[in-house]
Design a protein around this ligand. Structure first.
Ligand code: XMP
Ligand code: MG
Length: 182
């Protein structure tokens, strides 16, 4: 893999699909063991989760249902950490085991907003799974139940993750070159 340019910034190859696939397979097996005899609902957070969700589901060997919701961080001159929900889960999750599926947990603002919104509903249980986790950036106390891979606090793109709309279709993950975190 070579360096690539997105919106004029340079990104270097960082995590291959094969490495991601290994972590995803282990996560799917762990979750399957924990939900034996149950039918969990995996709720993906659009848009970033598309690739992860698809590959995770192919590795999950038990019965399950899926759904999606959409969140967006407010964009402004300053990162206020405010998050708004664009789309709610379009199914009844009453008395169900729900697992939130995220592409990346960075500061945790998005996850906290999501968790608070879903836990208002009468679910049977609520857990969180994420493909990537930045422990040095995380500012919340909420426990993250399943993590495929922990990474340093540097901006990444690819495999569903975007830089201002671009890069989601890259099959592997790239890291910003240099010290900039964008
Ligand atoms: P937090 O946890 O800070 O993350 O609420 C908010 C959302 O921002 C996106 N995000 C990233 N997107 N590369 C990306 O392409 C990154 O390194 C990155 N860090 C955060 C992601 O959508 C997350 O849900
Ligand atoms: Mg996201």
């Amino acid at each position: 893999m070579d360096e690539i340019k997105i919106h004029g910034d340079t990104f270097i190859p960082y995590i291959t699909f094969e490495e991601l696939e290994h972590g995803i397979k282990m996560m799917a097996n762990t979750i399957h063991q924990e939900y034996k005899g149950e039918i969990p609902i995996f709720v993906g957070v659009l848009n970033g989760v598309v690739m992860f969700m698809s590959d995770f589901l192919k590795q999950y060997k038990g019965d399950c249902e899926i759904s999606f919701l959409q969140m967006k961080s407010y964009e402004g001159k300053e990162s206020t950490g405010k998050v708004r929900q664009l789309m709610d889960i379009p199914m009844d999750i009453t008395n169900r085991h729900v697992v939130i599926m995220e592409d990346i947990v960075d500061t945790g603002n998005t996850l906290e907003a999501l968790y608070n919104a879903i836990s208002k509903k009468p679910v049977k249980s609520l857990k969180v799974a994420t493909l990537l986790y930045k422990p040095d950036a995380y500012k919340k106390d909420l426990n993250i139940d399943y993590i495929a891979m922990s990474i340093p606090d540097k901006f990444v793109v690819g495999y569903g993750l975007d830089y201002d709309g671009l890069g989601r279709n890259l099959p592997d993950i790239y890291q910003i070159k240099g010290d900039s975190d964008l």
